[in-house]
Design a protein around this ligand. Structure first.
Ligand code: PDD
Length: 287
């Protein structure tokens, strides 16, 4: 059975799913998105992603296209129809289709809603985590509202391509003061020389990662110390450990920055433990 997508009220074969050429998401990136990790057919960190979705939409003067309960049902139905238990589910909500004009349509149009599902090979993901990944750094060139999860991801796509060409898995944006902001599709963390966890504070121009937030609860429960303070690429290389977080990567050890090793150049015990604890918690609270 092939993949199934949801487009504007209908479930359709993924290969035939399409949107209108004047969809404002396509022409202006006038759309927001969320990605949930799915464990055993259930949505991980469901609440956190819904809260952020509503906030992103609100910042762009858009409502939720349907109630949270209805949206949950549609997401679950998409998973059911795809017959996958381990997956990522992508939801995109846009302002809709209108004749090209930068300002919003004068009369509100029907919002665009697209859902896609992709299966995840957990065995392969665990093997990847056990090996660790490299990151490269790249200048921060994004707009000033990275807290809104919009589909305007060109700088992120270019950064990710730079990483791929360097044989790395992620790119870390570095601001003009030399501090890492976040990854192209993940938040960035280190374990410093004193064993303290460090990640950028959310007053900076970054996405408020849902995985980041849940991991902070895990960190508090473990009695570990956390410092929401920026770090440089050099500090990351001198750190004991580094890792990234996100719905796609969960908690993924980083073993090199710009080709130079972090710590011993192997996944660290703190990152691996936090990965295990995060996954346990995500599974236990998934809906
Ligand atoms: N990306 N920072 C950026 C720029 C992101 O795009 C993401 C998520 C994160 C981590 O957020 P969360 O923990 O809520 O997934 C941080 C998703 C997975 C994506 O674009 O595919």
């Amino acid at each position: 059975m092939g993949r199934i997508a949801y487009v504007n009220g209908r479930f359709v074969p993924h290969s035939e799913a399409s949107v209108h050429i004047e969809d404002r998401g396509y022409q202006f990136a006038d759309a927001v998105y969320e990605v949930w990790a799915v464990f055993g057919g259930k949505l991980a960190d469901a609440e956190g992603h819904f809260v952020r979705l509503e906030r992103s939409l609100g910042e762009l003067s858009m409502p939720l296209p349907m109630s949270r309960a209805a949206l949950t049902l549609v997401l679950k139905e998409a998973l059911r129809r795809n017959r996958v238990r381990e997956a990522l589910i992508y939801l995109q909500v846009g302002r809709g289709v209108a004749p090209r004009d930068h300002a919003f349509p004068k009369e509100p149009v029907r919002q665009s809603v697209v859902i896609t599902v992709s299966g995840v090979d957990r065995t392969a993901s665990e093997a990847r985590a056990a090996k660790g990944v490299g990151v490269v750094t790249t200048p921060e060139t994004r707009w000033g509202r990275c807290d809104i999860k919009t589909v305007g991801l060109l700088p992120n796509a270019l950064a990710k391509q730079k990483a791929r060409e360097a044989g790395a898995a992620e790119a870390w944006f570095v601001d003009e003061l030399g501090f890492v902001t976040e990854g192209a599709s993940s938040n960035a963390w280190i374990v410093d020389g004193e064993g303290k966890l460090r990640t950028r504070d959310t007053n900076a121009n970054i996405l408020r990662g849902v995985t980041r937030r849940t991991l902070m609860q895990v960190i508090a429960d473990e009695g570990l110390q956390l410092d929401e303070r920026p770090f440089t690429a050099d500090e990351a290389r001198q750190a004991k450990e580094a890792f990234i977080t996100g719905a796609g990567t969960l908690v993924l050890p980083v073993i090199s920055v710009d080709g130079k090793p972090v710590g011993q150049g192997v996944p660290g015990p703190v990152a691996m433990k936090l990965r295990r604890l995060y996954i346990e918690r995500a599974k236990a609270t998934a809906i």
